[in-house]
Design a binder for this molecule. Structure first.
Ligand code: HEC
Length: 135
């Protein structure tokens, strides 16, 4: 308190401006925490939408041969693509399906250079959904 002259009123106004700025700081911290919560919420939403991503990736890359419903288009059947609902496909492990998509096999082209690991992972999840809604 080395203020000279204006005495108490200056001290008071200093104190209140200190208090105001510490309130501001708290406010900023709350906002910051809110932003983090929002960001986390957004991430959670993205990962719970993994099925959508798988479906989009499937539509963009796989329907030419496997068809939207996974049973296989005329092209796919001509190339000997199996029905993705079949036990033969559904009994494969996730690792085998990942390998099939990444490296291809026989008439199926490899996708490891065009799709990310995450996209391939979501495709495996999506291929699994054909097993659940068996025809
Ligand atoms: C050019 C046509 C074509 C495209 C495009 C294609 N596939 Fe295939 N797919 C095939 C053929 C043909 C087979 C059978 C391969 C074999 O003989 O093992 C197959 C087999 C599969 C199998 C079964 C694997 C097995 O061992 O039986 C899965 C799962 C599969 N494809 C998923 C996909 C996914 C996911 C995509 C998109 C990223 C895709 N395919 C794109 C033609 C295609």
């Amino acid at each position: 308190m080395s203020d000279k002259g204006n005495g108490l009123s200056v001290v008071r106004s200093r104190m209140s401006s200190n208090r105001a700025s510490s309130l501001l700081r708290v406010g900023r911290a709350v906002l910051f925490a809110g932003a983090i919560a929002l960001a986390l919420g957004a991430t959670a939403r993205v990962s719970s939408a993994a099925d959508d991503t798988g479906q989009d990736t499937f539509k963009a890359n796989c329907v030419v041969c496997h068809g939207e419903d996974g049973t296989g288009t005329a092209t796919g059947k001509a190339l000997m693509a199996p029905d993705l609902h079949s036990d033969a496909v559904q009994k494969l492990t996730d690792a085998q399906i990942t390998d099939q998509i990444s490296n291809g096999k026989n008439n199926m082209p490899p996708f490891k250079n065009t799709l990310s690991k995450d996209q391939i992972k979501s495709l495996v999840t999506y291929v699994r959904t054909f097993g659940k809604k068996k025809k």
